[in-house]
Write a protein that binds this ligand. Structure first.
Ligand SMILES: Nc1ncnc2c1ncn2[C@@H]1O[C@H](COP(=O)(O)OP(=O)(O)OP(=O)(O)O)[C@@H](O)[C@H]1O
Length: 122
């Protein structure tokens, strides 16, 4: 049981490391919080919450993996190495793919509701 709780501590340390060292991670955390606030404000459905939370989790998950891969790359290849560059580029591309998916999903869910709100106000 003690080992299980200790594992949470290590995972929390990983979150703290990513949050404090990676600007992109902080930006994505903020974007996720914004999406949650908009979800409450625009009263999205349960199915829409599922998509929104999936997007947030996927973006943060890829950010965390990207941070881990970047850190490991710096550890094993501190100097310039073409392959190390490819590793970092591919890892960053994974974040880009999920962030783009989240952006498209956000537009599909939120845009019609925001437009309806403006039309209603006009
Ligand atoms: N050791 C290396 N060898 C070759 N190219 C590298 C190396 N390290 C970084 N690069 C290139 O520079 C780019 C940026 O690397 P960097 O480590 O600064 O990533 P970052 O996303 O800016 O990370 P951080 O948030 O830690 O600054 C990489 O995507 C890669 O193309």
């Amino acid at each position: 049981m003690k080992k299980f709780i200790r594992g949470f501590g290590f995972a929390f340390n990983g979150l703290k490391y990513a949050y404090t060292t990676q600007l992109n991670f902080r930006v994505h955390v903020f974007a996720g919080l914004l999406a949650i606030a908009m979800g409450f404000f625009l009263q999205i459905s349960a199915a829409e919450w599922n998509w929104v939370t999936l997007c947030i989790a996927m973006v943060l998950l890829t950010e965390l993996l990207n941070t881990g891969i970047e850190t490991l790359t710096d550890l094993v290849s501190p100097g310039y190495n073409k392959l190390a560059g490819h590793v970092k580029d591919v890892s960053a591309a994974a974040v880009l793919v999920t962030a783009f998916f989240a952006l498209v999903t956000g537009c599909i869910i939120f845009l019609p509701k925001i437009l309806a709100l403006f039309n209603h106000a006009a």
